[in-house]
Ligand binder design. Structure first.
Ligand SMILES: *[C@@H]1O[C@H](CO)[C@@H](O)[C@H](O)[C@H]1NC(C)=O
Ligand SMILES: *[C@@H]1O[C@H](CO)[C@@H](O)[C@H](O)[C@H]1NC(C)=O
Ligand SMILES: *[C@@H]1O[C@H](CO)[C@@H](O)[C@H](O)[C@H]1NC(C)=O
Ligand SMILES: *[C@@H]1O[C@H](CO)[C@@H](O)[C@H](O)[C@H]1NC(C)=O
Ligand SMILES: *[C@@H]1O[C@H](CO)[C@@H](O)[C@H](O)[C@H]1NC(C)=O
Ligand SMILES: *[C@@H]1O[C@H](CO)[C@@H](O)[C@H](O)[C@H]1NC(C)=O
Ligand SMILES: *[C@@H]1O[C@H](CO)[C@@H](O)[C@H](O)[C@H]1NC(C)=O
Ligand SMILES: [Zn+2]
Length: 641
């Protein structure tokens, strides 16, 4: 007689065996299914990307119609595939990689919408992009009726005025008119966009789009991690903010208050997101000869192509890939004169493993020189992971994708490297010059952090419904003030819609990725520099900000290994390949800017510069009429309008 327990054991064993066999069979079949589906996805993505490119590089009605039609067809295929995926018992598969592949297919995105609504959503986004890309304003003192002259677009005209003009009235004009040209036209479209986008998210079983966006990070605690990174970085931001406000006040006088938020039209950038364009008149050591990258590039006859060839040479030097011939043939590296295009720089993967392109209205400036590296970083990622299944041809998370080109640019921008390129002439680094350089870099990197964070803080609440349409604009300004300590040059109302003045908002592109990128690019840089023997903690001879990984293939191969993984593994695993760490870590960027932080703290003390800010005197109300009335009541408070 068999003990009872044994019988139960035997039955159990049999079922386990049977189950194993059937799962094995099911997984085998599932793999074949995905292999076929992968081919289909590859083909669909290729078609769709071609249509997207055709429209973005030639904004005609016809190209839009074509793009929308193809998007709808592809969405239909995706939905069918998704339904078939749902029939698999994939959550119980034993192979984690297979499970992950299915999991990627199990989230459908906006294709979950019924066809009509899907088309509507895409049309709304394209319409907003067209409004943004075609918007034109008049120069100061001109009116619409002056015709010819009212042709200033964002790129390059307005961007250049913001960067170079030091006339606060002209800056204010451009700042206000750009928002007048885009904001009100986009407001009602944006409200519809929010509704449809949320509807799609709910069809994917997310509560709203914010949850859908955050799902990408595969970590329910992600928002808190970002919050705590920001808290670590805030003290550094406060120092540079205090210093810049002090210097702006010296230059512009009382329109910059001693303790209030900074009027953002004076910051050298349409969105006050990055302040490097005003570095020239506030350098820590103004008497030390400043190396102006833009000037140097122009003197040496750089062209758009030469800028991109220079970037390519760096990638090749660390054993990453050269650009294929078709890249040079098909990319748009200069703004065409014969048609309207989306000038916002972007990198494109056509999902056929060989067609990769960049679209950038390149100007020969230091800023575009760096942007070229940024975009080419995306292309390197595309190339390295091209042999992954389509669903894994993504960054480990979207912040990784944004970080690669910037990470390379950190080496490129070092004076050590610029000297190798002949773009810096002095033989040796003067410590004062190094600090000037670090300050200029701080003006683009440190100042960006709160902006990179608040863009989606605003959208998360918009999508979740916590921020109502009636409060869209004023909430936007509340966050701008709270995190960045900036204010608009004139009072605002809910008849304005200032978030729409920023591309990623109207183009449906999440933004948290840039905040992540600005943190992890320094974390990666530190690790690769250690591998390259160019950085040692606490060794003053080898500070992080002077590291250049040019020609270092040990560093390059490590990076390559990570890039090739795409999104086939959760991002902490990809991060581990480069850094040995599984968490995002602000200490990289803090270490990089340590000498600057020390200097800023001393300088702010010396100047008795206020650190932090008091509430803005600018107001944001419901209607413009309210503003007019208030203006009549009290002309002094609004005398700057
Ligand atoms: C732009 O698209 C239109 C079709 O809408 C086409 O006729 C025209 O040739 C395109 N222009 C360029 C430069 O490709
Ligand atoms: C969005 O949805 C809300 C709630 O269903 C509705 O009240 C509102 O009118 C919609 N807005 C637009 C612009 O469709
Ligand atoms: C969402 O949840 C419902 C109910 O639990 C389920 O029937 C449906 O299949 C789910 N949809 C997705 C996309 O997971
Ligand atoms: C740049 O072009 C100018 C005019 O064609 C020429 O005189 C100069 O030598 C060039 N400079 C370099 C560095 O090639
Ligand atoms: C460059 O990368 C390839 C793999 O893509 C590798 O086989 C080769 O060894 C690397 N070269 C060097 C010098 O590290
Ligand atoms: C302006 O003054 C009038 C009369 O004193 C008052 O009723 C009104 O509320 C004020 N408006 C604003 C916007 O302060
Ligand atoms: C107008 O506003 C300024 C600044 O807010 C304030 O100091 C002043 O007292 C106000 N004047 C009147 C008449 O309300
Ligand atoms: Zn990018």
């Amino acid at each position: 007689m068999l003990p009872k327990i044994f019988i139960i054991g035997l039955i159990h064993l049999l079922t386990v065996l049977a189950k194993d066999a059937s799962i094995e069979e099911e997984e085998y079949e599932a793999r074949n299914f995905l292999a076929v589906l992968n081919k289909q996805t590859e083909k669909d993505n290729n078609r769709l990307t071609k249509a997207n490119w055709a429209y973005a590089s030639n904004l005609t009605e016809n190209n839009l119609k074509n793009q929308l039609a193809i998007a709808a067809e592809v969405a239909k295929n995706e939905k069918e595939a998704w339904q078939r995926v749902g029939q698999y018992n994939w959550k119980s598969f034993s192979d984690p990689s297979l499970r992950r592949h299915f999991q990627k297919y199990s989230v459908l995105g906006t294709s979950a919408l019924p066809e009509e609504k899907f088309k509507q959503l895409n049309k709304i986004i394209s319409d907003m992009e067209a409004i943004y890309s075609k918007a034109k304003i008049c120069p100061r003192g001109k009116k619409e009726t002056d015709g010819e002259e009212c042709k200033l677009g964002l790129e390059p005209e307005l961007t250049n005025i913001l960067a170079k003009s030091r006339d606060s009235e002209e800056l204010k004009h451009v700042w206000v008119e750009w928002r007048n040209a885009v904001g009100p036209k986009c407001r009602s479209l944006y409200e519809q966009y929010v509704n449809l986008s949320n509807e799609a998210a709910r069809l994917n079983n997310f509560s709203d789009t914010s949850q859908y966006w955050l799902d990408d990070y595969e970590d329910p605690d992600f928002k808190n991690q970002i919050q705590s990174l920001w808290e670590q970085l805030n003290p550094l931001y406060l120092q540079i903010h205090a210093y810049v406000r002090f210097k702006l006040r010296e230059k512009y006088g009382d329109i910059v208050t001693e303790k209030g938020p900074i009027p953002m039209h004076l910051l050298g950038n349409m969105w006050g997101q990055s302040w490097h364009n005003i570095g020239d008149f506030m350098l820590p050591y103004p008497d030390v000869v400043d190396n102006d990258l833009t000037e140097e590039l122009r003197k040496q006859n750089y062209t758009a192509t030469k800028i991109f060839r220079t970037a390519e040479e760096f990638f090749k030097s660390i054993n990453l890939s050269e650009m294929p011939d078709t890249f040079w043939q098909r990319s748009i590296l200069e703004k065409p004169a014969d048609r309207e295009i989306v000038c916002h720089a972007s990198a494109w993967d056509f999902y056929d493993q060989k067609d990769f392109r960049i679209k950038q209205c390149t100007e020969v400036t230091g800023e575009h020189f760096i942007t070229a590296h940024h975009e080419m970083g995306h292309i390197e990622y595309f190339i390295q992971y091209k042999d992954q299944p389509v669903k894994f041809r993504e960054g480990a998370n979207d912040g990784f994708h944004e970080a690669i080109g910037d990470l390379i640019a950190l080496s490129v921008e070092s004076t050590k490297h610029l000297r190798k390129l002949g773009l810096v002439h002095n033989e040796k680094d003067d410590p004062k010059q190094v600090l000037n350089h670090l300050f200029k870099l701080g003006l683009s990197k440190i100042t960006f952090l709160p902006f990179g964070y608040l863009m989606d803080l605003w959208r998360w609440d918009v999508f979740s419904g916590k921020t109502k349409p009636d409060d869209y604009n004023c909430k936007w300004w509340e966050l701008r003030e709270k995190y960045q300590g900036v204010e608009p040059p004139v009072d605002r109302s809910e008849e304005d819609f200032d978030p729409a003045g920023k591309y990623h908002i109207i183009a449906d592109v999440p933004y948290l990725r840039y905040f992540i990128s600005f943190v992890i690019q320094f974390q990666f840089h530190r690790s690769l520099c250690e591998k390259a023997g160019q950085y040692e903690p606490n060794n003053l001879e080898k500070p992080l900000h002077e590291c250049d990984i040019y020609q270092n293939q040990v560093a390059g191969n490590t990076l390559k290994q990570m890039l090739a993984m795409g999104s086939s593994k959760p991002w902490p695993q990809a991060m581990e390949v480069i850094t040995g760490q599984r968490r995002m870590d602000a200490s990289g960027i803090l270490e990089y800017f340590k000498p600057l932080q020390t200097w800023l703290e001393q300088e702010n003390k010396k100047n008795n510069a206020h650190v932090g800010w008091e509430p803005s005197k600018k107001v944001c109300v419901r209607t413009r009429q309210e503003l007019n009335e208030a203006q009549k009541n009290n002309t002094t408070a609004f005398s700057q309008t």
